[in-house]
Design a protein around this ligand. Sequence first.
Ligand code: XIL
Length: 329
Amino acid sequence: AAPHDLEIGSAVWGKNELLHHDRKNPRQFQAILGDEFGSLTPENDMKWAELHPEPDVYDFSGADAVVAFAKANGQEVRGHTLLWHSQNPEWVTEASASWTCEEARDVLEDHVRTVVGRYAGEIYEWDVINEVMQDDWDAGGVRLRTEANPFLKACSVDPVGLIGDVFRWAHESDPEALLFMNDYNAEGINTKTDAYYELAQELLADGAPLQGFGAQAHLSLQYGFDDSMQANFERFADLGLKVAVTEADVRMPLGDDGEPTAEQIATQAERYDGLLQACLGVPACTSFTVWGFDDARSWVPGVFPEGYATIMTEDFEKKPAYFALLDGL
Ligand code: XIL
């Protein structure tokens, strides 16, 4: 990927895969992770619930392990994530019931400065805000998640003001890192990405150091491929932002035998390549990250009634999707 000035990355759960070895073939897993990828994203280790389990307790062990592994293997790290409605610790959920906006801001500022400051100089891109926009089928349509996100809820009078400050705190704590907004269903041009486009303009007009737009790209073969992705990336790039594919996987419903059909395997390869080409088509695209590279560790089977989502089988056999990415570069 180097000629394209692009990092190809994978998510990895540092605590499970680098510190403890809960799943099979840890050595082989680590060898592939170190060899095949130029960038790592901690799958869970930098989320609030993992990193900040009690008000005055931080647990950096998993995140440190990812950063150390990346350093040892000459890899970059994408930080993930600072403001999200999911995977927050219980104390945040409990305390937020009575937060004023000022109290919420203090808690968030302290966390952002502590975390971003700790890894300053070691993170090339941060997903500063994650999934802050609702889908249009949610109650109320596309708008900021001012109910589900405890911080945005406490500051629902001016959620964009809070978001701008989160970018400012992060930028002050690590001026080198590129600061991203990130979401799912954000690949093509749709009502949700229209809302992000407006949010980006508002933040930039307000002088907030927003520097990137990330499309997670959790795709399923149940749905069609949105070929407006490159055009979507281009409009964010035209605002002066970098763009990235941050969490790519392509899942599919499997038959009773748990196996994909030959046609599904071929279509999956096409979809991975389609995502990569949309990124390669836009010079501002800095990174292409898969959300895990082997089916044994993929989050998909635990969450969706689907599987076979990654580029390698449970036994690290390379799928056509792997070769589609390789050939597509
Ligand atoms: C997922 C992880 O892969 C799982 O291990 C965890 O249980 C839940 O979160 N969007 C995101 C990621 O931004 O952080 C999510 O990761 C997948 C969806």
